[in-house]
Design a protein around this ligand. Structure first.
Ligand code: HEC
Length: 243
């Protein structure tokens, strides 16, 4: 009996040894990192990657605006999805916001942002309505076919003024979540002095450059382009002037 169980033990050991070895050696392998791009691939743009001033580009202009004005938690992010509408990627915008390419007037998204009844308008009060320019941008994008397009704006790191480089980026990518009505994380970024205080305490750069210890921003969106992050860093290094 004793002999039999010893044999059984040996057989089991021999059978499972390869698995054991694999198991042990796996422990020393670095963990596999799977990068999932939340945004689907970009359309091929026939007329090259450089920006045409008369074209509205979804990924450059429209998506950041939708994420920061509508796609926040509690509204139209993937987990809240008020009225089934999700405004955080091209796919979700096209699938849930009833966009009719070429026809803004029949598109639910456009109707919602231009609604004259204040309590039905999006974003709803107390948030303010989108600006005329922002509404025009979305209108033009739908008129031009509501494509998932992108262009390389040829960002220039030698331009790092507040008005020319920092402010437009914050207005389109951050302000919707960081203003008087919705100061996410207690942070406001809706005027020069609030942006300056985030710059001074290190959280602005920490958040946009995804440094450890800071919440990566823009929340729910793609990391800002490297060039933009360099512009912000240079502006901060310059003393964050109101220039
Ligand atoms: C969709 C909403 C949303 C957008 C867009 C957004 N934020 Fe935030 N932000 C938040 C929330 C919510 C927090 C609180 C922390 C958290 O929940 O991650 C936060 C926190 C922060 C903080 C504090 C971070 C810390 O760790 O101390 C800074 C700074 C910040 N955001 C800057 C930005 C900047 C700059 C942008 C644009 C490039 C931006 N945010 C875009 C929602 C947003």
């Amino acid at each position: 009996m004793k002999f039999k169980s010893a044999l059984l033990f040996k057989t089991v050991l021999i059978l499972f040894l390869p698995f054991l070895i694999v198991l042990i050696s796996c422990k020393h392998e670095p963990e596999e990192i799977v990068i999932v791009d939340p945004i689907p691939p970009i359309d091929t743009i026939p007329d090259g990657l450089s920006c045409d001033p008369d074209t509205v580009y979804f990924r450059n202009d429209v998506l950041p605006l939708l994420i920061s004005s509508c796609g926040m938690s509690g509204c139209h992010d993937g987990s809240t999805a008020q009225e089934g509408v999700i405004l955080t990627s091209y796919q979700s915008v096209m699938n849930t916001a009833e966009i009719i390419p070429g026809n803004p007037g029949s598109s639910k998204l456009y109707e919602a942002i231009t609604e004259s009844e204040t309590d039905e308008r999006m974003p709803p009060p107390p948030a303010s309505a989108l600006s005329t320019d922002q509404i025009l941008l979305i209108r033009k994008w739908i008129e031009q076919g509501a494509r998932n397009n992108y262009c390389d704006a040829g960002c220039d790191t030698s331009n790092f003024t507040y008005s020319g480089a920092v402010k437009p980026v914050i207005e389109n990518n951050c302000k919707g979540c960081h203003n008087a009505f919705s100061s996410s994380g207690g942070v406001r970024l809706d005027d020069y002095s609030s942006v300056k205080s985030a710059a001074d305490n290190g959280s602005l750069f920490g958040a946009v450059s995804h440094q450890q210890g800071y919440s990566p921003m823009p929340k729910g969106g793609n990391k800002l382009p490297d060039c933009t992050i360099i512009q912000i860093r240079k502006w901060i290094a310059d003393g964050s002037p109101n220039n």
